[in-house]
Design a protein around this ligand. Structure first.
Ligand SMILES: [Zn+2]
Length: 253
């Protein structure tokens, strides 16, 4: 004995008259009666929320809207090929009340939670990405233009470090990593020098052993190729103290 198609059970629950064969099966099969009953409860629930209107059959515009939505959503939410004949968009346009109509409608209803879960997940991903971006977790890519090994100068034995010249978002910056003893007073200052040390420009003070310094756009990096870190006294003199800790020449990596 084969049971009623679920689509048929749904149709019967909506008030269609069963065929003689279906009626005979229903009389004999408690399972299928239960299924029709459960569909019937769903139909009643739907009618109860319909402001008291007796919706014996859905108006044409309901089917039209379901059909138009299905033709958009069916390919995206394909359930992997089973019941292809029923879920194919072409069959959705079959005559009203046909099995494929009901099948498509039921499938659509059953997929709604999946769709909303997917939509919710997409919203969550967008929110996370936006949040990470806003908090600076995603930074523009830095291209290393050149780098320098920083060697200790006389009087600063054991000092050393590394400098990277990076270009980020069209601007240059120098990233410093310095290892050197720290005097009790004074501060460290980062400089760019020309190769012959005839000209120099300050990039700023170095707090601690690492730092990142924006290079002013006016600085010609083809001339200022030497990175120098000096020990400075708090003496109000903005010039280089002459006491260089480390120095190194930038060259392509
Ligand atoms: Zn049955």
């Amino acid at each position: 004995m084969s049971h009623l198609d679920p689509e048929v059970a749904a149709l019967l629950a909506m008030g269609e008259q069963p065929s003689d064969a279906d009626r005979r099966h229903l009389d004999a099969c408690a399972d299928c009666r239960a299924e029709v009953d459960s569909f019937g409860r769903a139909v009643l629930a739907g009618r109860a929320s319909g402001a008291g209107e007796p919706l014996l059959t859905p108006p044409d515009r309901v089917w039209e809207s379901i059909r138009s939505e299905l033709s958009l959503s069916t390919p995206m939410l394909d359930d992997g090929g089973q019941d292809d004949a029923d879920s194919a968009p072409a069959s959705v346009g079959a005559s009203r009340g046909s099995r494929s109509h009901l099948a498509s409608r039921r499938r659509r209803v059953s997929r709604r939670p999946v769709f909303f879960v997917l939509a919710g997940a997409a919203v969550a991903v967008v929110a996370i990405v936006a949040g990470v971006w806003a908090s600076g977790g995603i930074v523009p890519k830095a291209d290393v233009i050149s780098e320098a090994r920083l060697d200790g100068l006389p009087g600063w034995s054991g000092a050393g470090g590394e400098a990277l010249l990076e270009r980020v978002d069209g601007h240059d910056r120098v990233v410093i990593d310095l290892a050197a003893s720290v005097p009790d007073d004074g501060y460290r200052e980062v400089w760019l020098l020309t190769a012959d040390a005839s000209d120099l420009v300050s990039l700023g003070t170095l707090d601690g052993s690492t730092g990142t310094f924006d290079v002013p756009d006016a600085v010609d990096l083809s001339r200022f190729t030497v990175v120098d870190i000096s020990q400075e006294d708090v003496d109000g003199d903005p010039g280089h103290s002459g006491d260089s800790i480390v120095r190194g020449t930038l060259s392509p990596p």
